[in-house]
Design a protein around this ligand. Structure first.
Ligand SMILES: Cc1cc2nc3c(=O)[nH]c(=O)nc-3n(C[C@H](O)[C@H](O)[C@H](O)COP(=O)(O)O)c2cc1C
Length: 321
């Protein structure tokens, strides 16, 4: 089966990447995950200053996924440039690496990009505008506010020639204006979705399970939310889409392709088994063989709606019901 695609002006060898925040900067997982077999990875989100992160416990598992409140612990842009990117340049040249960037203010994103952009070894940026644990100061998360999102994306666009992928939130009331704002401001692709805000209590102690209180929910419980968001975004743009949320098996990835994603990312499943991403790829190949699919492009955006066009009210009723 043909899994290669040309996206963002380069050859992407396979449609499965590791998701931001679940693989460090590659080096941390290189001993346990065969990185050479997957399409690429997205680094932990990088902020201007180093961040210690939130109080423990930072993750809590439940039956359908995980809650986390890591608090974007990361070494800060200067150390990432000096210590993390050289390793990526020397070890990950066969796969595609996006550096995830986060911040409390528009200027923080711009400064991080200015610090990193002269380095070699990575393809582009994934702008994390949607972290539920680390939101914009004094306002809605960037991914829920088209004007603020425009400021970040246009500002980064003016500072780099590299591809920019914008990571959006699963809880936007209407994705269309957000998707259109990202595209108009110069995004080259979109990643959908980040974690969904969530909270869990210990019923005995009556305290939240996470040290920080609330957190972001990920894993299988997020899958249908992510597939829906990709499908909704695909109605508003022809930019390449990257689907993320609850990909555990090859068939989960195929659902994202049918909704319109060109690539998927694997996050939480890697915590359960660090070989999840290469296994998902193997399962995609097996599923394609059994169903006589010769190329991944046959799946992308090929979801069938029983003869109804997806944007018709009848389908809305089904979706909303
Ligand atoms: C422990 C943990 C840390 C994460 N850190 C980041 C991060 O730094 N930046 C980001 O954009 N997303 C982060 N995410 C979100 C994931 O990249 C992904 O969007 C989300 O977990 C849904 O995918 P999954 O269900 O496969 O985990 C994190 C998720 C988890 C579970």
């Amino acid at each position: 089966m043909e899994l290669r695609q040309t996206l963002f002006g380069v050859d992407v060898p396979a449609p499965v990447l590791l998701a931001a925040g679940t693989c460090g900067f590659g080096e941390e997982v290189a001993g346990v995950t065969d990185l050479g077999r997957i399409g690429g990875l997205v680094t932990k989100s990088v902020t201007l200053e180093p961040r210690e992160g939130n109080p423990a416990p930072r993750v809590a598992e439940f039956d359908a996924g995980m809650l986390n409140s890591i608090g974007l612990a990361n070494p800060g842009a200067h150390r990432v440039r000096d210590e993390k990117l050289p390793w990526i340049r020397d070890h990950l040249s066969e796969i595609r690496v996006f550096v995830s960037v986060a911040g409390h203010r528009v200027e923080e994103y711009l400064e991080v990009v200015e610090i990193l952009d002269g380095s070699e070894g990575f393809l582009g940026y994934e702008l994390n505008l949607s972290c539920p644990n680390d939101t914009r100061l004094g306002g809605l998360p960037f991914a829920l506010d088209p004007e603020a999102l425009t400021e970040v994306v246009a500002g980064v666009r003016a500072r780099t020639e590299r591809p920019i992928v914008v990571k959006l939130a699963p809880n936007a009331p209407d994705l269309a204006p957000i998707v259109q704002a990202a595209e108009a401001a110069g995004a080259d692709g979109l990643t959908l979705v980040n974690t969904l805000p969530g909270l869990a209590f210990d019923p005995v102690s009556r305290r939240p399970l996470l040290g920080a209180g609330a957190g972001g929910m990920s894993g299988p419980a997020l899958r249908s939310v992510g597939v829906h968001a990709v499908w909704r975004a695909s109605q508003s743009t022809s930019l390449p889409l990257i689907g993320v949320g609850g990909v555990v098996r090859g068939e989960d990835a195929v659902q994202y392709f049918l909704a319109g994603a060109s690539l998927v990312q694997v996050g939480t499943a890697s915590f359960w088994d660090p070989r999840s991403a290469p296994r998902v790829l193997t399962e995609i190949r097996g599923f394609a063989r059994r169903n006589r699919v010769a190329s991944i492009t046959e799946w992308i955006g090929a979801g069938q709606f029983g003869g109804l066009r997806p944007e018709t009210p009848e389908v809305e009723a089904v979706v909303d019901g």
